[in-house]
Design a protein around this ligand. Structure first.
Ligand code: NAP
Length: 308
């Protein structure tokens, strides 16, 4: 394939940026990939593994770039946007991969100069691993990548970015910013909160029952621990910046939990059976949509686990 963008600048060189770089390199989609991360160690690893060039500052990295990808934790977006703004090339496209969109738009959009196209985005793909060694070229294969363009954004530039993302394997959809944050609270953010909590409960139990929680950990708990091993900085920022939607969905979750608790207490088997039949159908729908495998080990043996 020919290059979609001549010069791509990746700001933040962890799981998502690394996976993008591997995928773009594999298909020749970028003329040159330039990167920046905070630490010299990360920059050196990225230079060795997937960047043609690395820079000590984000400002230097974005110079002359046709596409700039902000791939840092959500809480770091504003500082980076302010730093790069005066150095962006007129006509450049700036996108981000942050897991929350409202907060990123508020943090980044005010800094973007006229003539620069800011197109917020979010790949629904990830693993519990982070850092410059964790990326791989197939991370986005058949995963959704949501774009949340602001009204009035140049449609040609949206189409060009979409073309790049599709070429690295993603299915692209467009969504309104607030809707994105609500949907993600349901499908990703609150499930992570629940996993963190369940592992926390087991941790307290462990003090009571010594190592039994780990020794006998069955698949349900094991899957929670995988999710709860996700990057603490990233998830701290997700909860702090998608606070309203997360609290809304957590409130609904608590109500459902009380209903379930009551059904168990009242030995209402019909309720439990009907409820679990409905939830089982949702799982089937996810498999049919190609978003997970039907393998009983959750596909662990087949490919690296994916999250969002
Ligand atoms: P990651 O592997 O932890 O990498 C983060 C990178 O950002 C590191 O290279 C880090 O540099 C750099 N960084 C952090 N603060 C910085 C700053 N102030 N200035 C410059 N660089 C800075 O993270 P990731 O998983 O790729 O996540 C990146 C973004 O993607 C986040 O916004 C996250 O919400 C989003 N996202 C993640 C997933 C997922 O499952 N992981 C999925 C979808 C979207 P150092 O290594 O030098 O510290």
């Amino acid at each position: 394939m020919s290059a979609v963008y001549q010069r791509v600048a990746l700001i933040g060189l962890g799981l998502i940026a690394g996976s993008m770089a591997h995928a773009m390199r594999a298909r020749g989609l970028a003329g040159k990939i330039v990167g920046h991360a905070r630490s010299a160690e990360t920059r050196a690893i990225a230079r060795e593994l997937f960047c043609d060039e690395v820079c000590e500052t984000a400002a230097e990295a974005v110079r002359d770039a046709d596409l700039v990808v902000l791939a840092v934790p959500v809480g770091a977006m504003e500082e980076i946007a302010a730093e790069i703004a005066p150095h962006l090339k007129p006509g450049a496209v700036v996108t981000d991969v942050g897991s929350v969109k409202g907060a990123v738009v508020e943090a980044v959009a005010p800094h973007m100069p006229d003539g620069v196209h800011f197109i917020p985005g979010h790949p629904l793909a990830g693993t519990e691993y982070s850092g410059p060694r964790s990326g791989f070229a197939t991370l986005f294969q058949n995963r959704w990548w949501l774009l949340t363009p602001l009204p009035g954004t140049d449609v040609t530039e949206i189409a060009r970015l979409r073309g790049l993302l599709e070429a690295i394997g993603a299915n692209v959809d467009e969504m309104d910013v607030a809707h994105h944050d609500l949907v993600l609270a349901v499908v990703s953010h609150v499930p992570h909160a629940i996993a963190y909590t369940m592992v926390g409960v087991a941790d307290h139990m462990r003090r009571v029952s010594q190592s039994e929680v780990i020794k006998y950990s069955a698949s349900g708990f094991r899957d929670f621990t995988r999710i709860a091993a996700s990057d603490p900085v990233m998830w701290r920022d997700v909860f702090l910046t998608n606070k309203e939607a997360v609290l809304d969905i957590l409130g609904r979750f608590a109500e459902e939990l009380f209903v379930l608790q009551r059904a168990i207490r009242m030995e209402d088997g019909d309720h439990l059976h009907a409820y679990f039949t409905r939830t089982r159908a949702i799982r089937r729908g996810i498999i049919e949509a190609g978003q997970d495998t039907a393998a009983p080990d959750f596909g662990r043996g087949a490919e690296p686990p994916r999250g969002a």
